[in-house]
Design a protein around this ligand. Structure first.
Ligand code: C5P
Length: 390
């Protein structure tokens, strides 16, 4: 994703500066070339040597050490990332102050700039900081965070630098081709819970990873995304409309509500096929043998597939074994446009893994993919969808 991209990383003097070693390492692993410019204050939190080792490149700190660095470094960089961005650097950027190497680089840089603010919550709330941030946003600077949470000073509040993962996502977002700008994609993810009583439910092993990866990939490619999710431990992706749905009925209603505006429905949720025939309002007591009667849960895809005016539909078919015929039957019977088959008994495929080995089946052909990360599977199925819809 970041192959051949040059990232100029400005590190300023916040306690979160230590996280830039991880940020640099991961950017490099993703193919980027990272050059770090540090302020003097940042050197109190992380050493230039650590960042030199992480980036494999010389680290710059002094405006006069390399006289043309403030012009040359920005000129050969594709993106400028300031992490952590202290109140001080934010104020300097807002006011065009250039009194050290980093602030001078910022003035001469012509591309996209991302900042990841980090400071105490009182400082963050200060109207001067808020005004400066607004000035930066108005100029098109992209901001990641800050988040609410435990701060280095021991207090809780808004001001924590965002996760390295979110900063990387914002960087990747800038470089992604926006080929889905005209799509409004509705994605379902995770398991449903079917309640026997207020305490107990039937569910399944779905983690939501595949659906969340699809939602993020679609967002990165410019689509407007709504994610309807069953219970999942995953962090909600930013920048999308997020709706929680607990049971298959909740999910059905949420899909119906959101469907009208959607051009594509991707049902990656593991919706239960059955639900208890009766739900007790009270906790069911212990009384020897207990017989549970089930009835079919609403089959969301079949209902949507039957609609006269329906979006492009992509479903999933998780099978135990190479039962690709089952997937093809579902494609026809549920009137989908595409179905993603995977054999959950295969190594690295299926529930709660970060990888998946799938066959994408549509009305024209079967596309068998190798073992890929769920992010790569997400992009592959969006690629095929875009191809068919074109
Ligand atoms: O028939 P099966 O449950 O294997 O079909 C899987 C596909 O149908 C998945 O895309 C799943 O999200 C969807 N589905 C549904 N409603 C159900 C069960 C499955 O929409 N009750």
């Amino acid at each position: 994703m970041l192959k051949n991209k040059s990232v100029l990383l400005g590190v300023t003097g916040g306690v979160a500066a230590y996280k830039t070693i991880d940020l640099t390492r991961r950017l490099t692993e993703n193919g980027a070339s990272v050059t770090v410019v540090m302020t003097d204050a940042a050197k109190n939190f992380v050493t230039p040597l650590s960042l030199e080792i992480a980036s494999g490149n010389k680290v710059y700190t002094d405006l006069f050490g390399s006289p043309m660095a403030h012009i040359d470094l920005p000129a050969r960089s594709d993106i400028l990332v300031i992490a952590p961005a202290t109140a001080n650097i934010i104020a300097k950027i807002a006011n065009g102050i250039s009194d050290d190497l980093l602030s001078t680089c910022i003035l001469s840089f012509r591309g996209k700039m991302i900042i990841a603010p980090s400071m105490n919550w009182r400082m963050y709330e200060n109207p001067a900081v808020q005004n400066n941030l607004k000035t930066l946003m108005d100029r098109g600077v992209i901001r990641v965070g800050p988040e609410k949470g435990a701060l280095a000073c021991g207090e809780e509040g808004m001001g924590r630098m965002s996760d390295v993962r979110d900063i990387i996502r914002a960087i990747e977002f800038q470089f992604a081709e926006k080929d889905l700008l005209n799509e409004r994609i509705l994605v379902t993810a995770g398991p449903t819970r079917e309640y026997l009583d207020p305490v107990r439910f039937l569910s399944n092993r779905s983690s939501g990873k595949m659906g969340y990866a699809i939602a993020e990939a679609a967002l990165k490619r410019g689509a407007e995304v709504t994610l309807i999710s069953g219970f999942s431990p995953l962090q909600r992706p930013g920048g999308i409309k997020f709706i929680s749905a607990d049971t298959s009925l909740d999910m059905f209603h949420a899909v119906l509500r959101e469907l009208r505006l959607s051009t594509v429905l991707i049902m990656s949720a593991a919706v239960s096929d059955f639900m208890p025939a009766e739900k007790s309002d009270n906790k069911i007591g212990k009384s020897g043998e207990f017989l549970l009667r089930l009835k079919p849960a609403p089959d969301i895809l079949s209902e949507i597939g039957r609609m006269e005016k329906r979006p492009f539909i992509i479903g999933f078919s998780a099978e135990t074994g190479k039962k690709i015929g089952n997937a093809k039957k579902k494609l026809r019977e549920k009137n989908m446009d595409m179905i993603v088959f995977n054999d959950i008994t295969e190594e690295g495929s299926g529930f709660d893994t970060d990888t998946n080995k799938v066959v994408i089946i549509d009305k024209i052909k079967d596309t068998e993919l190798p073992l890929l990360s769920k992010d790569e599977v997400a992009d592959a199925l969006l690629d095929r969808m875009a191809e068919i819809k074109a």
